[in-house]
Design a protein around this ligand. Structure first.
Ligand SMILES: Nc1ncnc2c1ncn2[C@@H]1O[C@H](COP(=O)(O)OP(=O)(O)OP(=O)(O)O)[C@@H](O)[C@H]1O
Ligand SMILES: C[C@@](O)(CCOP(=O)(O)O)CC(=O)O
Length: 487
């Protein structure tokens, strides 16, 4: 019997180095997991014994009941001729409720959730539900889920502040999770990988809830990774490198991507044979397409005396179109691209090795050692600026160059980059873990105004130090106490 409530969380990410390169298996990316996490709480509404497929009339509110109270409710609803429903809420946002009916598809097409009502869609939630329920029903050889209530809670740094979230912080309410007071579509994301953390936490919590125990999380990690990658790719409508899902599952690591062919033939939920194809992907049982992702050093730490911080610039980027343009340029300028890719890979690798050496030999950390880190970061940035010029894509646009240079000039700041795809997302900085550094940065940001004209017409807004730090840990079980007032 599944427990009444299951709670898990998965971390956000920063791709410190390897943006664009990591899309190609010949190169790697260094990804740091963050301590900003997305939490998912799954509650069983009633133990469903499906009697039909007519529309649900059941109150979708979570009961928050003990298992005993729940089985009483079960008895009360068992006779109802109602389809199972899944109600997903993101209570930090206005009207963020998605209600789905659960449909069993013929010919091995799996389990598909179908949104009720005409509200905005959430493809990441919808696809994760369909994928997880398909896998669960195939493994358990049962299509009985009962109705489920799912609550999503995101650490605040995933989104820029809003008037409401600022207010609730100053009044000391909702200390851990802010109320943003706006619809999710209006929240500005800071680029920490909310969708990958969400998909990972969501599919993991459903699979754990229905087919495993919380204690199985460690052993089930590879399968959860494969399922989350499949769901995230389907929801995005493209096969990315998957570094964000990988770090959400395993934590910080050096990442080499999987061969895209592994996920290319899964097909759509509902198509004949979908459940078997998905099962083979999750269980890694297709001899023609074995999972070939490579991780090195997962859980890697920063050197003693060093910290990573992020600064939101209240702007945001269009990653998919940037990726398209860079890949197009690479295709048409292969020789130049190969030189640039090789220089970046080489320098990125030296930076990673130096970070690792210092992390493993804390006694050898001296001021001078961080100077090496500074040099490698500067060199990576030079290559990224070349890439910006050559591709015509704002990977390190001028307003970000200016900001990075001005922060790096502060005493105690080791260096920084525009991580991932670059652009106008939050910047990542390595700083000395010394209490004087943050106040110096805040002083610079308090009246920060860009003095350059951007080469791509971009404009950064308020610069704000986020509270998020390096986290290193992947998906994990959570205790319920921290969600008081939200579930
Ligand atoms: N708190 C949340 N509740 C429900 N859905 C969410 C939540 N946060 C994010 N999402 C889903 O994730 C989508 C944002 O994902 P997207 O991949 O565009 O950005 P990201 O992963 O945060 O950033 P990036 O890819 O730049 O790192 C939202 O449109 C929504 O569907
Ligand atoms: C450009 C790319 O290599 C990194 C994108 O990173 P981010 O979403 O900007 O953190 C794309 C990918 O790896 O899927």
């Amino acid at each position: 019997m599944s427990p009444a409530v299951t709670a898990l969380s998965a971390p956000g990410k920063v791709l410190l180095t390897g943006g664009y390169l990591v899309l190609d298996r010949n190169y790697t990316g260094t990804v740091f997991a963050l301590d900003a996490r997305i939490h998912v709480v799954v509650q069983q509404l009633r133990r469903g014994h499906r009697r039909g497929t007519s529309g649900s009339t059941t109150d979708p509110k979570p009961t928050g009941l003990t298992s005993e109270a729940q089985s009483n409710t079960t008895a009360a609803v068992e006779d109802q001729d109602a389809e199972d429903t899944v109600v997903v809420r993101s209570p930090q946002f206005v009207d963020a409720v998605w209600e789905y009916g659960v449909q069993r598809c013929d010919n091995g097409g799996g389990v598909k959730v179908v949104q009720k009502g005409n509200g905005p869609k959430n493809p990441f939630v919808e696809t994760s539900l369909s994928y997880a329920l398909t896998y669960i029903s195939y493994v358990a050889d049962s299509k009985d889920f009962g109705s489920l209530s799912v609550t999503i809670l995101a650490d605040n740094d995933y989104y820029s502040e809003t008037a409401t979230s600022k207010g609730s912080a100053t009044k000391g309410q909702g200390a851990r999770f802010a109320n943003f007071g706006v619809p999710l579509q209006e929240a500005h994301k800071t680029g920490l990988g909310s969708s990958a953390a969400l998909v990972t936490a969501l599919v993991s919590s459903l699979v754990i809830h229905r087919t495993m125990q919380a204690a199985d999380l460690g052993a089930g990690r590879d399968k959860l990774h494969n399922l989350a990658q499949a769901a995230h790719c389907a929801a995005q409508g493209k096969v990315g490198s998957g570094f964000d899902v990988a770090s959400a599952v395993y934590g910080s690591c050096l990442y080499k991507r999987f061969s895209p062919a592994i996920l290319e033939s899964v097909g759509d939920v509902g198509s004949a044979g979908f459940e078997e194809r998905l099962f083979a992907i999750v269980e890694d049982s297709d001899p023609e397409h074995p999972w070939d992702t490579e991780f090195v050093d997962f859980g890697m730490q920063l050197p003693r005396g060093m910290q990573m911080v992020l600064c939101d610039v209240e702007c945001g980027s269009q990653t998919p179109s940037m990726v398209r343009k860079v890949l197009e340029w690479r295709k048409n300028n292969r020789a130049e691209a190969d030189v640039l890719w090789a220089s970046l890979q080489n320098n990125n690798e030296r930076l990673r090795q130096e970070l690792k050496r210092l992390a493993q030999n804390p006694d050898s950390v001296t001021d001078n050692d961080f100077a090496e880190i500074s040099n490698f970061i500067e060199r990576s940035r030079q290559h990224l600026r070349n890439m910006t010029r050559q591709t015509g894509v704002p990977i390190e646009p001028k307003v970000q160059t200016e900001l990075l240079d001005r922060v790096t000039a502060l005493d105690g700041v080791i260096g920084g980059v525009v991580p991932g795809a670059g652009g106008y997302d939050a910047i990542a900085l390595f700083i000395r873990d010394d209490p004087t550094v943050i106040p110096r940065m805040n002083e610079l940001f308090a009246n920060y105004e860009s003095a350059v004209e951007d080469d791509f017409g971009g404009k950064i807004g308020n610069v704000r130090l986020l509270g998020v730090r390096h986290g290193s840990e992947g998906v994990k079980n959570e205790v319920l106490g921290q969600y008081a007032g939200w579930i």
